[in-house]
Design a protein around this ligand. Structure first.
Ligand code: ATP
Ligand code: MG
Length: 257
């Protein structure tokens, strides 16, 4: 954990060693144009919620992950939307998840600075990605109901997807994806965000903990019969699951009084 050029001296036993490590990973990512200053702010907001989650993966999150993997494995054309923070924090894990499930990777950015798309493509390729969508702006199409850059999507990717995984997403875009008829799976540490509230399945967990677990879930779920996988997907109750995450946070805070 200490081989980071921006901070070579985080002691392993520092109580916030992991959090500090990932902050430096993001700062490195910013120097490489992968991450933007807004990405740093978004991470900070996530960290605050992670604190009151106890920096742990809850049972509710585990259940949501299983339903999410089941939904992706049952989909015809599942796509993973990749932004700068995802590429900087978990490049190998997101590529592994794509390979395990067959969900395609599409780079989708809010801030399109020169060289940024290439930097994100490069880190994904360095981590084993083969097919990457969202690279050809000339053949991109637009999602309705959205004014930002992220309305631009790949016609072979998000535009024609039936299921979209959005690890870290702004509420406007999550809403536009839902309104365009797609099933949306969000990973968001804030159970109160619009993204978390509007998505069909929300995993309230840190994507750093969550994606490696989802790779393992996908590996074992792939051995199950299609009917069983559908059952896991259909038995998921989003409202109840979000409530369980909030209750976990309330109980965690109460345990500190
Ligand atoms: P919304 O637009 O959905 O209402 P928001 O405006 O509060 O939410 P944004 O900045 O648009 O938030 O998106 C960032 C979201 O990503 C935040 O809700 C934050 O909790 C979440 N987040 C940041 N880092 C992580 C992480 N590592 N794992 C999971 N979620 C994260
Ligand atoms: Mg937002």
């Amino acid at each position: 954990m200490s081989n980071n050029k921006n901070n070579p001296t985080i002691p392993e036993d520092h109580p916030r060693a992991q959090s500090l490590h990932y902050r430096h990973v993001l700062v490195d990512g910013m120097e490489k144009k992968i991450v933007t200053p807004s990405g740093l702010c978004a991470h900070g907001r996530g960290e605050a919620y992670d604190y009151i989650l106890g920096e742990t993966t809850t049972d509710a999150a585990e259940n949501a992950m299983e339903a999410a993997v089941a939904m992706i494995l049952s989909a015809k054309h599942p796509v993973i939307s990749v932004n700068g923070n995802v590429a900087a924090l978990i490049p190998k894990e997101i590529v592994d998840f794509s390979n395990e499930t067959g969900a395609l990777l599409e780079i989708n950015l809010f801030y399109q600075a020169p060289g940024r798309l290439n930097a994100i493509e490069q880190i994904l390729r360095d981590n084993g990605a083969d097919k990457i969508l969202g690279l050809n702006e000339k053949v991109s199409v637009k999602l309705n109901n959205l004014s930002s850059n992220r309305r631009i999507v790949d016609p072979d990717g998000i535009f024609s997807a039936d299921v979209v995984l959005i690890p870290l997403e702004d509420g406007d875009r999550a809403e536009a994806l839902i309104e365009s008829g797609k099933k949306v799976i969000a990973i968001d540490l804030n159970p109160l965000s619009r993204t978390a509230q509007k998505s069909h399945i929300t995993i309230v967990d840190n994507l750093i903990r969550c994606i490696p677990k989802m790779v393992n879930i996908a590996r074992s779920m792939k051995k199950m019969k299609a009917e069983k996988i559908k059952g896991i997907k259909n038995n998921f109750n989003q409202k109840k699951n979000l409530d369980q995450s909030l209750i976990h946070m309330i109980q965690y805070l109460q345990s500190k009084i």
